[in-house]
Design a protein around this ligand. Structure first.
Ligand code: AHR
Length: 512
């Protein structure tokens, strides 16, 4: 029987990080499998709006609390001609999508996606094709989206019934261009030169846009580090963000290492931030470059059957991972890593949104439901408001095969000084329970509103009905205004929501 661990988490309203906004709770819609077709979009479905987008899915997207959505890929974008997806739908070509071996009908394109995102109040992040296209196509797309009128592409948009510009601010300069699997894959030098020239032209069209250059596709890429330095050296003056991507999975039944995935995310982020800052220092540049972690999630890549196994079809199922409560605990811990780096990670996208490695699933003609990971993401997106708070953890260690000794407890926190709301997110990575003293003496008016958790359950959920029944469950707490005591179940993730405020100086005066 594993012993009970003890850990402390210290919070101080004076120790905070950057402002947290909706861009940290982004997601991703790619033309991949059933993410778009029979995912967000299914004309003829009982809940479809006149636009063809499913209302039931839109409601879940809103409940999830997503603040930003990246589109249209992903690997897909490297073979995509955006002009295929505009104009009368019946005239759009049916293309062979090489990235995911599918037939792309182009029934949904830029205008449909942007109208949908806007109807949900979600910021779009659009990727341009730098695999099989280049400067001209990217600049034309910015013109189509952001110029009011009076030019070829903006007038074309208006003839398509979109009078007002879409005003897209955030743009990705290609996708995973370091990856040999990418259509039009490039060397670091070739990509850096193309990214710089494309960025220049896109900004000539609209100086107000923000640009994300591709970093490494994952931490283990052989070119990691060299790729980042080369892109920053050559394109650094033209970009605002460098991207990061990472997917995690349980390998060989090594649950302890899987539960420590956020340790790997932490060191990946620290490494990229160090590289960004080192190159800036060498170049004597004061230009700020932050991180867009625009693909992250749990993804059982080892179960991916390979592209050859897919029939050439429209909206065929691709990588529809079923998530367990263990996966949800890991997703919660990864969110803590992002929150703990919120001064530099300013954009992050859970990849993806619907059906494809996603918190939301649908059946064609059938229901939409939440996966286990949904609840964790939704709780963080709802409660992590204001600014990131430093959560100082003192914890015993847990021996893992992949990462050596890691802290049993990980935590992140936020504080909104305007509302007094404090949220604390705590993971217990140990296979036994852990007692946590959450100390908050500098928040004298502390009162716990709720504490809820999800614990890894080896048995499930095994099917859709069971997945749809997964919920966060209440966790009893004890303590006073200085300290809250929790006993975290084995392998669990907990959110504590409290209301607190600094003591009003006027009260202090009255007491004296
Ligand atoms: O999210 C699925 C795929 O993972 C994306 O298309 C690609 O960018 C990444 O490798």
């Amino acid at each position: 029987m594993p012993s009970l661990h003890d850990a402390t988490v210290d919070l101080d309203p004076g120790h905070h990080r950057g402002v947290i906004d909706g861009r940290l709770f982004g997601s991703f819609v790619e033309h991949l499998g059933r993410c778009v077709y029979t995912g967000v979009f299914e004309p003829g479905h009982d809940s479809a709006e006149a636009s063809g987008f499913r209302r039931d899915v839109a409601e879940l997207v809103t409940e999830l609390g997503v603040g930003l959505i990246r589109y249209p890929g992903g690997n897909f974008v490297s073979g995509y001609d955006w002009t295929d997806g505009i104009g009368p739908p019946e005239r759009r070509p049916r293309r062979l999508d090489l990235a995911w071996r599918s037939i792309e009908t182009n029934r949904v394109g830029t205008d449909e996606f942007l109208a949908w995102a806007s109807s949900l109040g979600v910021e779009p992040m659009i990727a341009v094709n730098l695999g099989t296209a280049g400067v001209r196509e990217a600049a034309s797309l910015v013109e189509y989206c952001n110029i009011r009128g009076g030019t070829h592409w903006s007038e074309l948009r208006r003839t398509h019934g979109v009078d007002e510009p879409h005003a897209v601010r955030l743009w990705c300069l290609g996708n995973e261009m370091d990856g040999p699997w990418q259509i039009g894959h490039k060397s670091a030098d070739a990509y850096a030169a193309l990214a710089a020239e494309t960025a220049k032209a896109m900004r000539m069209v609209d100086p107000g846009i923000e640009l994300v250059a591709c970093g490494s596709s994952f931490h283990e890429m052989p070119t990691f580090g060299y790729w980042e330095s080369t892109v920053l050296e050559q394109a650094g003056d033209h970009i605002d963000y460098l991207s990061m991507h990472a997917y995690y999975e349980e390998e060989d039944g090594d649950t302890d290492s899987f539960l420590a995935s956020a340790v790997s995310m932490d060191s990946f982020i620290d490494g990229v931030v160090a590289t960004v800052d080192a190159v800036a220092a060498r170049r004597r540049s004061a230009h700020r470059i932050d991180i867009a972690f625009d693909e992250w999630n749990v993804w059982y890549r080892s179960r991916f059957p390979g592209m050859d196994s897919f029939a050439l079809e429209e909206a065929g199922a691709r990588i529809e991972d079923d998530y367990s409560t263990l996966d949800a605990v890991v997703v919660g811990d990864l969110l803590s890593s992002l929150l703990n780096h919120s001064e530099r990670v300013r954009v992050a996208c859970l990849a993806q949104l619907v059906n494809v490695i996603a918190p939301i699933r649908t059946e064609p003609g059938g229901p939409a439901w939440r996966q286990a990971t949904f609840h964790v993401f939704a709780a963080v997106a709802r409660l992590a408001r204001g600014h990131g708070l430093v959560a100082r953890v003192t914890s015993p260690g847990l021996r893992t095969r992949r990462y050596g000794d890691v802290p049993v407890v990980a935590a992140s926190a936020s504080h909104d000084p305007e509302t007094g709301s404090v949220a604390v997110f705590v993971t217990n990575r140990a296979p036994g329970a852990t007692r946590v003293r959450l100390r908050h003496p500098a928040f004298p008016r502390w009162s716990v509103r709720s504490a809820e958790l999800i614990a890894a359950d080896a048995a499930g959920p095994r099917d859709r009905e069971a997945a749809a029944r997964v919920r966060l469950t209440p966790l009893p707490t004890s303590g006073d205004s200085r300290e809250t005591n929790l006993v975290l179940p084995p392998r669990s993730w907990t959110v504590v929501h409290a209301h607190a405020g600094r003591e009003d100086p006027a009260d202090e005066w009255v007491r004296r």
